[in-house]
Design a protein around this ligand. Sequence first.
Ligand SMILES: Nc1nc2c(ncn2[C@@H]2O[C@H](COP(=O)(O)OP(=O)(O)OP(=O)(O)O)[C@@H](O)[C@H]2O)c(=O)[nH]1
Ligand SMILES: [Mg+2]
Length: 303
Amino acid sequence: MSTNPSGEPAPSSYKSGYAAIAGKPNAGKSTFLNAVLGTKLSIISPKVQTTRHRITGIHSDERGQIVFLDTPGILEPRYKLHERMMRAVGRSLEDADIILFITDPGDIPEKDELEVLRKAGKKPLLSLINKSDRYSETTLDTARARLEEVLQPTETHIVSALHQKGVDAIAESIFNLLPQGPPFYPPDQLSEHPERFFVSELIREQLFDQYRAEIPYSCAVNVLTFSDDKDMVRIEAEIVVNRNSQKGILIGKGGAALKKLGTVSRQEIERFTGRKVFLNLFVKVREKWRDNDTFLRSYGYDS
Ligand SMILES: Nc1nc2c(ncn2[C@@H]2O[C@H](COP(=O)(O)OP(=O)(O)OP(=O)(O)O)[C@@H](O)[C@H]2O)c(=O)[nH]1
Ligand SMILES: [Mg+2]
C-alpha cells in the first residue's frame, strides 16, 4: 500500500494522474477546468488567447486524484510569447496520462493544426464537444463526426462547461482510464501556483474585460510585493505595456481607466483570497517585451 503526501495510506483502488486540457483558443478550456473543480481558478474571457501559462488544478475525492493542466489555446506563433505559450502546451501534453481535447463546434480544428497532439505520442484522448447549449443537434453531430475522424478519440462527450453539463461523466471516464497510484499532492490542495500568481492572473482578466483591441495582448502583470499587514494584504503590481502609446490608454483620462481597473481587480482579489486587500497598480513601458527573452523569463514565461 502506498502513502500520500500527508502520510495517510492510500487504498489500493486509488487512482492518480495528469489530464491535460487542450484545444483551440476560446474553446472553453479554462471554463471546463473551473467547472470540473467547482471553483474559479483559471481566468476566462470572451476573447481568444486568455490563458498564457499552464495552470494546474487538482481534483481529489475518494476515487483518487486528477491533476488537470489547463493550457493556452493552440495557435501559430507570431511572437516569442506565443512560442512560450505553445511550449507550455507541448510540455503539458507530454506530461499528461490523458488528453482532454475541447472544441467549440463553430471552430473545428484542421488536421495540420494538431501537430502538437501527434508529438505528445499515443495516449487516451477524450474529445469534448463544448458549448452544447449554443449549437443545434446537427452542428454537434457534425463536430463529433469530424473530430472522431481527425482525433480518433477514446471517447467523445458532448458538454456545456458553462452550464456544468456532462462534466461529472468526464471525471468518471478519467478515473476509469487512470492507473492506480498514490496522490501527488495533499488532497486539500487545489493548485500548485502561489497566491500571487493568481493575483496577477485576476488583474490580467480585468485587462481583457476593460480594454479593447490589442491592449490585453500587449500587457503583462507582475506582482512586486504581496505582504500581510494586520488584517489585510498589501499588493503592489506593475502592468507592463509594449509601447509608450499604450500607457496613456491604460491610464485613461485623468487616471480614470486605471482607477476602475484597480477597483474591480481589488474586488476580485478579495473574493479569491477571502481577505481585505489594498492594491496599488503601476504602468511601465518595456518596448517589445513579448519578443524579449530576458523580459519573458523575468515575467514568468519560461516554459
Ligand atoms: N455558451 C457557452 N459558452 C461557453 C462555454 N464554455 C465556455 N464558454 C465561453 O467561451 C469563452 C471562452 O472561454 P474560456 O474558458 O476562456 O476559453 P479557453 O479555451 O480557455 O480560451 P483561451 O485561454 O483563450 O485559449 C468565454 O466567453 C466563455 O464564457 C459553454 O459551454 N457554453
Ligand atoms: Mg483559457
